[in-house]
Write a new protein. Structure first.
Length: 232
């Protein structure tokens, strides 16, 4: 084997190793590929569900599946009357005209309407995203219905892409604070679903958002923060 062939083979092997490290280990190609997502608000279907519930209730009432009970409210005078034998009660059964004259009222008890959950935004970054290793912008809101809570990046969310990005809620560090402190005390909400577009991350029950009040896009592979935002 000639010296030139050895050099050529060595160069090919070196390029293969470099390519493996660059794409297989470091994932540099992700910086050039956008992952776009468009998730609906997790509570957007509540209005639709309530409308369906009302429609079902009306249909059941119309078909007789739900029976509307009638309630007769007597006046104090009638309520104070002594007990009468059943025979006398049968003889004295009042007709509708007498009932109206005596002040008795008849009303219908309709089924209670389904309760509507209150959807609230309990924290937001007001569209302010702090850049660290990379640039980006977008709105982050924390929304809840009283039972479940989500961190939601809105439609205007757009940052640089990268390998192994996760979404952290961090305690004790502001968004413009030392990036090296972001992984000291945090809640990992999972892999970033996309670097562009609306997306939701459920916050575990019991997490105090007033304490874990900084959201960070963190590159686990390189241990650096891409972007961060204060939630208030």
């Amino acid at each position: 084997m000639t010296r030139n062939m050895k050099l050529a083979i060595g160069a090919i092997v070196g390029l293969a190793i470099a390519a493996f490290l660059a794409f297989g280990v470091f994932g540099i190609h992700t910086a050039f590929i956008d992952d776009e997502v468009s998730e609906a608000n997790p509570f957007a279907d509540i209005d639709t569900e309530m409308a369906v519930a009302f429609d079902d209730m009306e249909e059941q009432m119309a078909s007789g599946a739900i029976v509307v009970e009638e309630r007769v409210e007597t006046t104090d005078a009638v309520a104070a009357m002594p007990d009468m034998p059943e025979s006398d009660m049968a003889d004295d059964e009042a007709d509708p005209a007498d009932t109206e004259a005596s002040g008795e009222e008849t009303s219908a008890e309709e089924p209670a309407a389904p309760a509507v959950p209150e959807i609230r935004t309990i924290a937001t970054n007001n569209g302010e995203l702090v850049d660290h290793a990379h640039r980006g912008n977008g709105t982050a809101n924390v929304i809840t219905d009283g039972n479940r809570t989500f961190l939601r990046f809105e439609d205007d969310f757009a940052i640089d892409n990268g390998p192994d990005l996760n979404v952290y809620l961090v305690r004790g560090v502001d968004a413009d604070g030392p990036a090296g402190d972001f992984d000291d005390d945090f809640i990992d909400l999972g892999d970033l679903k996309g670097n562009i577009g609306a997306q939701n991350y459920e916050i575990p029950e019991g997490i105090d958002i007033s304490e874990y009040d900084t959201v960070v896009i963190w590159c686990v592979r390189f241990g650096v923060a891409f972007n961060a935002a204060n939630l208030a």
